[in-house]
Design a protein around this ligand. Structure first.
Ligand code: BGC
Length: 522
């Protein structure tokens, strides 16, 4: 560490300027728009694959099977692996792309990853809207996936680095808010295009993905890079000016020194992938894997992808099913604001977990009462169906203020700079892998596990809530380059981090004494 550096870890960022400047607000708003493309895609596929025109053109056998299926077993009505492959293939592409994105993000800066993601998504949207064959559809899906991989890798990092420590949660959740806006927009568009006579409404649904893609592509060109990334790439002076600008004050010395120290560490690391496997990073690595895994086994995408199918399964008509998807999409978006307003990570995780568990257990039981194990039901009364929609919405709300936003926020803020892009790539790829698996398995799982599927998701929610209670420290208000202290002081996680590791690290490379401690609540 350069001599003269100020010893300054462990004060919880008290001497960091914490106000929101217009500049940082706009930069974060623009960057968050990367969430739109991810959300749009999540929301659009389910509706499109339930449109007859789309099925007749690309998956005629699925169409015939659905129409000819006279069985009364509701659980199995939509079980087609071919069709789910269309939805889920994108997530495999995103998984692979996120690893390439981590290299781009580290070497060229966060904004070029966003740009690359936006432009690839744009091409994918055009190919999909114009698709004439399954091959074109697939190619389009792969490009969309690459776009999603790049943006989900870079946007959360960008937001966490730009934001002042005290507002990091709030600004980072802008990403999730944009995801939910993307989902809702897609639900509404499907609701409208499904009504188009002639069966080509799906083209509009798929082609309109070019709108959010254009937004993030153009936006990324306007964005400045983060001070952290500028320093890391050797532009120290530019970084200092940028920090002044985004913090709206010349008093940025303390924060700048922390970034410099973090970069010093970062430059010494040539191979982030082998570095991340070291024992001292075990706590963060565990979170980078488990948090996205848990986020997906809440079962949220069973609702997001298959809401129309699920509502049809429980007896809603075509129109009512799409409308119900719109309602749960709206709840998803509005509930995200609760998170923005509070964002104490642990409290939200715990409260959201309890709410999701109760709602899922009730939905599972309502389906069990009505459909039993045979899957046949006479008819569903309106009030019964509405009751079910209500509990699906309380479940969605619980997710939307807990695991939804925090599933992206927490992994993006816990890694030290030198392995932050690699850590984020792991988070994205685990998230995409399990998004893929839930998407691929849901309809078959519903057919085999029946109402038990909801109990299975509920059981996972219990596991993750207990896990958070014991193993996740509170990261609210902790400056990003001082996070190591939070881990070091955790009752269990601290075992993995020796004092030398902290000394070695960001803050500690500045002769940090043992008596220094992080003063926030851990
Ligand atoms: C998850 C998505 C999910 C969305 C729902 C995101 O945080 O990563 O898989 O569909 O939230 O709003």
């Amino acid at each position: 560490m350069a001599g003269g550096a100020i010893l300054r870890a462990g004060n919880g960022g008290k001497d960091y300027p914490g106000k929101m400047t217009l500049f940082v607000f706009l930069a974060c708003l623009v960057a968050s728009s990367g969430g739109l493309i991810f959300g749009y895609d999540i929301g659009i596929s389910g509706g499109v694959t339930s449109m007859d025109g789309f099925l007749v053109k690309f998956f005629p056998s699925v169409y015939r099977q659905e129409k000819e299926d006279a069985s009364t077993n509701q659980y199995c009505r939509f079980d087609s692996q071919l069709l789910t492959a269309f939805t889920s293939s994108l997530y495999l592409a995103a998984l692979i792309a996120s690893f390439f994105a981590s290299t781009v993000t580290r070497a060229f800066g966060r904004k070029w990853s966003m740009f690359g993601g936006g432009i690839t998504f744009l091409v994918g949207a055009a190919i999909n809207g114009a698709a004439e064959s399954v091959l074109m559809l697939l190619l389009g899906r792969i490009l969309l996936g690459v776009g999603v991989g790049f943006t989900t890798q870079s946007v959360p990092l960008y937001l966490s680095e730009m934001a002042p420590a005290k507002l990091r949660g709030m600004l980072n959740i802008g990403f999730q808010l944009m995801i939910t806006i993307g989902i809702l927009a897609a639900n509404l568009i499907n609701y409208a295009t499904a009504k188009i006579k002639g069966g080509w409404g799906w083209r509009i649904s798929l082609g309109l993905a070019s709108v959010p893609a254009t937004i993030i592509t153009l936006s990324s060109l306007l964005l400045p890079d983060t001070p952290n990334s500028l320093v890391e790439r050797g532009h120290g002076e530019k970084a200092r000016l940028m920090l002044r600008r985004i913090r709206g004050t010349a008093d940025i010395h303390a924060e700048y020194e922390d970034i410099l120290a973090a970069c010093e560490e970062s430059r010494a690391i040539e191979h982030p992938w082998s570095t991340i496997l070291r024992r001292r990073y075990r706590p963060q690595l565990t979170m980078a894997v488990l948090i996205p895994f848990f986020q997906q086994v809440t079962g949220i995408n069973a609702i997001m992808f298959y809401a129309p199918v699920l509502f049809k399964t429980v007896g809603f008509g075509d129109d009512a099913s799409l409308m119900s998807a719109v309602i749960s999409g709206l709840v998803n978006k509005l509930a995200t604001f609760v998170s923005i307003a509070t964002v104490g990570r642990r409290k939200l995780f715990l409260q959201g977990g309890v709410q999701m568990f109760i709602s899922q257990a009730i939905v599972g039981t309502m389906i069990a009462i009505k459909f039993g194990t045979s899957g046949s039901a006479a008819s569903l009364s309106k009030s019964y169906a509405n009751g079910m929609l209500l509990f699906i919405c309380t479940y969605t709300a619980g997710f939307a203020w807990s695991w939804g936003p925090l599933g992206w926020l927490v992994p993006s803020e816990i890694f030290p700079l030198e392995i932050r892009p690699a850590g984020q790539a792991i988070t994205v790829s685990v998230n995409m892998l399990f998004t893929f698996m839930v998407a691929q398995a849901f309809v078959a799982a519903l057919c085999h596990l029946k109402f038990g599927l909801f109990y299975l998701f509920a059981a996972w929610v219990v596991v993750m809530t207990v896990f958070v209670a014991f193993f996740l420290p509170e990261t609210k208000n902790v400056p990003i380059e001082e996070m190591i202290l939070v881990w070091q002081q955790h009752w269990y996680r601290g075992k993995f981090i020796a004092d030398e590791d902290v000394n070695d690290d960001v803050v500690g490379s500045i002769e940090m004494g043992k008596n220094r401690s992080y003063t926030g609540r851990v």
